[in-house]
Write a protein that binds this ligand. Sequence first.
Ligand code: ZN
Length: 320
Amino acid sequence: MNVPIAQLLLQEDPPEYGRADQVSPLVRRIVADNPSRFTYHGTGTFIVGPTGGDVAIIDPGPDDEAHVAALLAAVDGQTVTHILITHTHPDHSPATTAVKAATGATTYGFGPHPEAAIKAHEERIRRATEAGEDPESDDGEGGGDIDFVPDIAVADTDIVAGEGFTFECLHTPGHISNHLCFALAEEQTLFTGDHVMGWSTTVIPAPDGDLADYMDGLERLVGRSETTYRPTHGPAITDPIPFVTALLAHRRHRENQIVAALTDGPRTVAALVADIYADVDEKLHKAAGASVFAHLLALHRRGRATADPGPDPEAEWAIA
Ligand SMILES: [Zn+2]
């Protein structure tokens, strides 16, 4: 009785940038003016805490003066005690520096931007430059906030609490190895960052991104009790378990298609994309290739696929 994920994806109208909207008794959201095909209408920064009391800020957002000013205006007269970072992509953490300087809040995150992601980003820029392409053109999720270091490095299941709010930190690698979700106990709400988004499936950029980890992270959510998800991008998900179940089914279906195609003989990523995405606009084939490669790497890491000469996008892939 699974509903396809395409039927469950959610849209919302563009927000008024810089305006703090009260979205629940404890939560306000301000969206940064950084819309793109990776960020939807922009980065949603959350302010969590009782009216007039202490607050936490989740993901201050991109290095954008207007967004930081709006955020600081929204918390004027309150004490920001905590800044929580879901991960170190450039649309999530860079404004932490300015917000911390202005508020003196303590920052919490899993850790710095991962080394593998830094190397892969440098490699993509090198290749694009060699090919005469704009090095930033396809890089919305590749770059990173390499300067970020949390004051407090949190681990899975750690509790971070302030006056009037209590978060459980969940380590959810997959999109990036330092990704965290934050469960707000007072409202049965999970702040999902880019792990689960209502408007889109999540990009799993190799090699730091890991689809097997990502699937494990989704399966774990199915067993939890939060009733609302608030992603960084796009609207809240108010019936999250069917949504997560559909995400899992979507990925499993894609994996089955890849395994079936490889059963007919070894294939490259490009050949698999041509097979599986035959009815999809060719402009999307590059993104499809990244997704197929993420699946192949996950199969390879589990010993179910081989790659000749090695596990890279140009290889010949076969069933192990
Ligand atoms: Zn991200």
